[in-house]
Design a binder for this molecule. Structure first.
Ligand code: IPM
Ligand code: MG
Length: 352
């Protein structure tokens, strides 16, 4: 098949890790007889420096014309001024919204080789296989907000957590659909004992339970869900939750795999077009040193093949290569090893 893939390296370690993922995608194309066209575009801090905008029009236009988007990371100390009008993170939020990517899939699956890298006990993390489905274009991230002027006792600022029934329903329905292909269990996470938006969420989740008798369904409050994630993570299959709860819970869930550097994600909308990125950030502290863990991005590329291009065997080939590399003991520093990004790339290509 032929496909156009936009590559947004972004800031910090972003370009280093997307380069590895692109080289794996090229190798897959060669091995399976596909033609992938890669189109590099700007996003984040580097886009601000070059164009004044965190998401230039040309980038969004290129993405709309592509089969899928592979993204590294955005942000860094250079653009961290809290008073700044333009921030790299705005690029990320704008591209999610601009492409209508309302669901963010964050699978968490431990590798047996990495059990020791998690601070949690082996018996807690061994066999974990869960999927966080995070609502991505609503809630606090996109509700009306007002910045404070000043910081005195009278200064005030607010953000709004707002959801419509349609926004809640479509992401929960996607969670149910994904659960149907897994262990058929959905945990809907909210804070319905306090928040009105969560009570609407729970009402709709309850309707969806009635519509899907084949799925085991439960409601859980976000605070106790956070605790259960580290005490009994194996009890989860698919977790569906609103934007900010999902942001926080998915970082927490990353601990289960041993490193934030391992986790891929897919952001999807109604069509097959999707955006794929590791869940970690731009790691400015190690940028440019060639030691970043490329696996979160490489596994995101596998998700791209699966969800946007419907290439299951190709996706599985990349995932198998990632497993093999870990089995062989190639570990970057975040995983307790000394392998460089380039050594990982070589080992991945060889495994593939
Ligand atoms: C993520 C990140 C982003 C988010 C930031 C960088 C805006 O933490 O993708 O999880 O909060 O969505
Ligand atoms: Mg996050």
């Amino acid at each position: 098949m032929e496909a156009k893939i936009v590559v947004l390296g972004g800031d910090g370690i972003g370009p280093e890790i997307t380069n590895v993922a692109v080289s794996l995608l090229r190798a897959v194309a060669h091995k399976f007889g596909h033609t992938f066209h890669f189109d590099e575009q700007l996003i984040g801090g580097i886009a601000i420096d070059k164009t004044g905008s965190a998401l230039p029009d040309a980038t969004l236009a290129a993405c709309k014309d592509a089969s899928a988007v592979l993204l590294g990371a955005v942000g860094g100390p250079k653009w961290d001024d809290p008073a700044a009008k333009v921030r790299p993170e705005q690029g990320l939020l704008a591209i999610r919204k601009g492409l209508g990517l309302y669901a963010n899939l964050r699978p968490v699956r431990g590798s047996s080789k990495l059990l020791g890298a998690s601070p949690l006990k082996r018996e807690v993390v061994e066999g974990v296989d869960l999927l966080v489905v995070r609502e991505l274009t609503g809630g606090l991230y996109f509700g009306k907000r007002e910045e404070a002027t000043g910081s005195g006792p009278d200064a005030s600022a607010y953000d709004t957590m707002i959801y419509t029934g349609q926004e809640i329903r479509r992401v929960l329905e996607l969670g149910v659909k994904l659960a149907a292909g897994r262990r058929k269990k959905v945990t809907s996470v909210d804070k319905a004992n306090v928040l009105a938006s969560s009570r609407l969420w729970r009402k709709i989740a309850t309707e969806i339970i009635a519509e899907n008798p084949g799925i085991e369904f439960e409601h859980q409050l976000v605070d106790s869900c956070a605790m259960r994630l580290v005490t009994n993570p194996k009890s989860f299959d698919v977790i569906v939750t609103e934007n900010m709860f999902g942001d926080i819970l998915s970082d927490e869930a990353a601990v289960l795999t041993g490193s934030l550097g391992m986790l891929p994600s897919a952001s999807l909308g109604t069509g097959t077009m999707g955006l794929y990125e590791p869940i970690h950030g731009s790691a400015p502290d190690i940028a440019g040193q060639g030691i970043a863990n490329p696996l979160g991005t490489v596994l995101s590329a596998a998700m791209l093949l699966r969800h946007s291009l419907n290439l299951e065997a190709e996706a599985a080939a990349i995932e198998a290569a990632a497993d093999k590399v870990l089995e062989e003991g190639h570990l970057t520093r975040d995983l307790g090893g000394t392998a460089t990004t380039q050594e990982m790339e070589v080992a991945l290509l060889r495994a593939l």
